[in-house]
Design a protein around this ligand. Structure first.
Ligand SMILES: Cc1cc2nc3c(=O)[nH]c(=O)nc-3n(C[C@H](O)[C@H](O)[C@H](O)COP(=O)(O)OP(=O)(O)OC[C@H]3O[C@@H](n4cnc5c(N)ncnc54)[C@H](O)[C@@H]3O)c2cc1C
Length: 271
């Protein structure tokens, strides 16, 4: 198991932070509000901007340098998102991919990191996360989508809802029920290809202007291998929330400070 995200510096290298901001500004100079609106109105992902983000290295933020990433802190990721939002071109895929891969980086094996995370650094792949279900929104313990142990792997059946970018992503991190322990649900996290046989997508018609589409996703006896379980069985929710913390912290208030330290580096999410 890897603990590679530990040790992220709390004291920022301000020069590096400014350099990251500069790269982000160069992206928003090329992809403006008109571009964002065109993609949003047509329900198209911002492919050109995504490629440019990959070429610039920004998709490698928070991925350790030894894997070809840029390393860096949540504050750097937040700074990039802040610049994009200020320019009117929020890039949801960056946020979604950025936190969906956290459990793999933190808990995955070397092989899992190479297979699933590395293609997200240069813009080849997007990643989505599938947690919410019709009866499991705020209360994730209600997750019913099951992963049943079969020979050499798992069979996933059930449904998820409001899954952003599900069809536009190549990789999905999914929370499934793998059993019960002491009368409580045992939830585990898996990673799979979005074109795995048995998965179907239903585009949701929701009132949101955004290049990221939302989907209902159905799983009918979807077979995956043993090495697609992330970390330990039964710890899926904990792993997923460590990624969600990154999302919420980077969408939060990066410039607020508590006792001289950026608020975003201290903040804990209580779920
Ligand atoms: C645009 C969009 C994108 C999304 N993208 C994703 C995604 O990529 N992946 C994913 O897995 N999910 C995604 N979601 C789902 C999102 O995480 C859920 O909507 C959220 O968890 C809330 O669940 P719910 O909608 O079922 O609301 P509910 O759980 O039904 O809650 C409805 C309201 O009741 C309140 N409430 C619920 N329980 C209690 C309680 N016990 N006491 C007091 N108040 C309570 C809630 O705070 C909320 O205000 C997305 C949703 C949206 C709208």
């Amino acid at each position: 198991m890897s603990d590679i995200l530990e040790g992220t510096p709390i004291i920022e290298d301000e020069e590096r932070l400014e350099a990251v901001r500069e790269v982000a500004r160069s992206i928003t100079a090329r992809f403006d509000r008109e571009y964002w609106l065109r993609c949003a109105r047509q329900g198209l992902p911002m492919d050109e901007m995504w490629q440019a983000l990959g070429e610039s290295g920004l998709l490698g933020l928070r991925v350790p340098e030894k894997y070809g990433g840029m390393g860096g802190s949540i504050r750097e990721l937040a700074a990039v998102l802040e610049i994009m939002c200020a320019a009117g071109v929020p890039e949801g895929s960056l946020l979604l991919t950025g936190f969906a891969r956290v459990p793999i980086l933190e808990q995955g094996t070397q092989e899992q990191i190479e297979r699933w995370v590395l293609p997200t650094i240069d813009g080849q792949h997007r990643m989505c996360f599938a947690m919410t279900e019709p009866d499991a929104g705020t209360n994730s313990f209600n997750v019913r989508t099951s992963a049943r142990k079969v020979d050499g792997g798992w069979s996933i059946s059930g449904q998820k809802v409001y899954i952003s970018n599900a069809r536009e992503s190549q990789t999905m991190v999914i929370l499934c029920r793998t059993g019960e322990v002491d009368g409580k649900p045992e939830l585990s996290l898996f990673v799979l290809k979005t074109d795995t046989p048995g998965i179907t997508y239903n585009l949701l018609d929701i009132a949101q202007l955004s290049p990221e589409n939302q989907y209902g996703v159905f799983f009918d006896d979807v077979l995956i291998a043993d090495d697609q379980l992330i970390g330990e069985r039964g710890k899926g929710l904990r792993y997923l929330f460590s990624g969600l913390n990154v999302k919420r912290r980077s969408k939060g208030t990066p410039d607020r400070r508590r006792r001289g330290t950026p608020f975003s580096d201290n903040m804990m999410l209580v779920c």
